[in-house]
Design a protein around this ligand. Structure first.
Ligand code: GLC
Length: 692
């Protein structure tokens, strides 16, 4: 939008603001139902209607109680989890997934979809890791920008969440995060900064936790100084539900809308209490006017309204969206196929030949468990969900005897069957909002079951479905074939079966390190207060001194494991294919502003496949507090068997700068660096020294 148009819009917004009463304005800045704010009927200002979540549009709740309406028309398409989307390393597919979410939200009459979740996966234990993208800020940012663009192209606002530092569920309402400015800037805010500056995201959800002693929903440093003043964010900031605890702090922090979980809507901090403080002259009404301008600007951008001469009109040109369509489900399946990660494939046990599999034994809870309707606010009333068992049976048809067995029976049968598939992992009993896991071990005796199956049939295929890392140490070396699939939407079972039987050549890559339980990050200082129970007084007065020190600084995820040379089960960026790629003619050029990397990717195998070329950069002589190397570019490319394709990636030099806490800004240190080109963090195919 050019300056003149921008200026004209601001004048129109001001005219509308002047025409509203205080009551009308107050009604627009807090929930009047659990998921909606009030409009101003007499002035054609519509309510703002929000909905969860990160994997689809949540079922309809009653206006004033956490009870489902029980409609028949709120079944929804169930998309891949954010972890699965990131595992595709396919920016176009992230955009496609965002577009489906946007269409579905618009189709259900929503204005804001409370997604994507982009908090850094700092701790493998975090119960909501399935709703987040990665441990790496650059991968988070690239995927978040694409998802947001996909959503917002459908006349729906994304609401990127949770701003900021919400990387654990333990005591999430009270935990006060103590993090260095450098780690804040380089790791925890990076994805949000890209969402604002590159995707121009239209709304942001402020988090429950505290940062530097102030709740994020009232944190002027985060919301005003960084988000608004530094990044020039002019969208709408919405509190997490129940995240506001003080009227003046929230209003002055530039939070725009307070949402909460109780039906006393007019008693919310930014409702009658605010009106009273304004009428008493304790707070200027100007603060409210700023919020109204942000909300009206959002409505114009969503094509909800037009404004002419200060008069608001409904915009009839707004996209109508569509939900539960065949097209949406095809897009969901396409994304799901690329989210399946082949971790190991010794002796080319995979793919199985569906023409020759006469008898197949399937074992494990996750072969039949459905996951859509779990996880907390991300729950989805899915139109359907294809389990792995259904996906396998659909694909094989009637010529293969497929038996499902559990427990001991399964062990005995495993000796008789040529092919055995185990599908285990976790469920939303463990990957869930509001709590963290105690460890990353598999549950319910799965390790033992896997070993027994492998003893009975060494070619047993191990499939793990989970929202985050699980420990594989007990069987990883013994198993020949291992697949990991994050919660992968309504077609997850279809996609998994298609990879197992070779209809799809897997191209997923880990977006987080598969560490071991014995050596995982933060093991020795779990959540700062293991077992700490808050007193009622602490809860009531929100004065709990629960400080979580992010003492690892920028050394999060692979940055930590590689720096301290800690072995991992499967490294960041790892994922195998049924074909083989060679990287040829790697060239690295340094221009005045950029580092340009060119790679010829040759498919020297027998089937077409997709490869994710990754570029990491680190100092030649690594400083004490810097990671060895960091992801700075990636590109996914499809290459036909027997052919090659050139991949060119341009990396702005400024992207390898580190945040200098003394200067309070990013600083590019001149000197020698190394450019690593590889198929994962550890599978480096070429490296070049450069001078910056
Ligand atoms: C929850 C979650 C947030 C969700 C909101 C509305 O507590 O933290 O992600 O969008 O409330 O359900």
């Amino acid at each position: 939008m050019n300056t003149t148009t921008q200026k004209a819009l601001e004048n129109e917004l001001n005219a509308v603001v002047q025409s509203l009463t205080l009551d009308e304005k107050i009604g627009m800045i807090h929930g009047c139902t659990l998921f909606k704010t009030r409009g101003v009927e007499g002035k054609n200002i519509p309510p703002l209607i929000t909905s969860d979540g990160t994997m689809g549009v949540r079922a309809e709740y009653k206006d004033d109680e956490w009870a489902l309406n029980g409609n028949s028309q709120d079944y929804a398409s169930y998309c891949s989890s954010n972890t699965a989307i990131a595992s595709t390393w396919n920016v176009e597919f992230a955009r496609k997934s965002g577009a489906v979410l946007g269409k579905e939200a618009r189709g259900r009459g929503k204005d804001i979809i409370l997604a994507p979740g982009i908090n850094i996966k700092r701790n493998p234990l975090c119960g909501r890791n399935f709703e987040y993208l990665s441990e790496d800020p650059y991968l988070v940012g690239m995927m978040a920008v694409a998802i947001i663009e996909g959503i917002e192209n459908e006349d729906v606002a994304a609401c990127v969440k949770h701003f900021a530092l919400n990387s654990q569920e333990t005591e999430r309402f009270f935990v006060n995060v103590d993090v260095s400015e450098r780690a804040l800037r380089e790791i925890y805010l990076k994805g949000f900064e890209m969402a604002v500056k590159e995707a121009h995201v239209r709304s942001i959800m402020a988090a429950y936790n505290l940062y530097n002693g102030l709740h994020c929903c009232e944190n002027t440093r985060l919301l005003k100084e960084i988000l608004r003043d530094e990044w020039q964010f002019d969208g709408v900031i919405i509190s997490d539900w129940g995240g506001v605890h003080n009227t003046e702090n929230a209003v002055k922090s530039t939070l725009d809308i307070e949402m909460s979980v109780t039906p006393d809507f007019d008693d919310y901090y930014m409702a009658n209490p605010l009106k009273k403080m304004i009428n008493n002259g304790e707070i200027s009404e100007d603060y409210v006017d700023d919020k109204i301008r942000n909300i009206l600007r959002l409505m114009v951008r969503l094509n909800m309204i037009t404004i002419k001469d200060g008069i608001v009109s409904k915009n009839t040109a707004r996209k109508r969206g569509s939900y539960n369509t065949h097209e949406n489900r095809l897009d969901i399946l396409e994304v799901a196929r690329e989210a399946v990660i082949l971790l190991k494939n010794e002796d080319n046990v995979l793919p199985l030949d569906k023409e020759h599999v006469q008898k197949l034994l399937v074992v494990g809870d996750n072969a039949t468990t459905l996951h859509a309707n779990g996880g907390g606010s991300a729950e989805i009333k899915a139109l359907y969900e294809v389990s792995p068992m259904l996906g396998i049976c659909q694909l094989l048809g009637g010529n293969t005897e497929v038996k499902y067995a559990q427990g001991e029976e399964a062990i005995n049968l495993a000796k008789e069957y040529d092919n055995v598939i185990f599908v285990g992992g976790l469920s939303h009993d463990y990957d869930v909002e509001g709590k963290d896991r105690d460890n990353i071990c598999l549950v319910n005796g799965q390790d033992e079951m896997i070993n027994k199956l492998l003893d009975a049939n060494e070619n047993t295929i191990i499939c793990i479905i989970a929202g985050s890392v699980v420990d594989t140490s007990k069987w990883k070396d013994k198993a020949k074939a291992i697949i990991y699939m994050p919660y992968n939407g309504m077609e997850g079972g279809t996609a998994l079966a298609e990879v197992i039987f070779g209809d799809v050549n897997p191209s997923g890559k880990l977006s987080e390190t598969f560490c071991y339980e014995d050596s995982r990050i933060l093991k020795d200082d779990e959540l700062a207060y293991p077992g700490r129970v808050l007193s009622e007084d602490e809860k009531k007065n929100m004065n709990a001194n629960l400080t979580q020190v992010f003492k690892e600084g920028v050394l999060v995820g692979y940055r930590y494991y590689e720096k301290y040379n800690i072995p991992v089960a499967f490294p960041f960026g790892h994922g195998l294919s049924y074909t083989k790629f060679e990287y040829q003619n790697v060239k690295v050029d340094v221009t005045d502003k950029d580092i340009v990397v060119e790679v010829m990717v040759a498919n020297v195998g027998k089937v077409v496949g997709k490869e994710v070329v990754q570029v990491y950069i680190g100092e030649k002589n690594v400083s004490e507090d810097n990671p060895i190397k960091e992801l700075k570019a990636f590109s996914k490319v499809e290459v036909e068997q027997g052919t090659s394709k050139s991949v060119v990636m341009t990396i702005p030099k400024e992207s390898i700068a580190h945040f200098d806490e003394e200067k309070g800004s990013f600083l590019l240190k001149e000197g020698e660096y190394v450019v690593y080109v590889g198929a994962s963090l550890e599978d480096i195919r070429a490296k070049e020294d450069i001078l910056i």
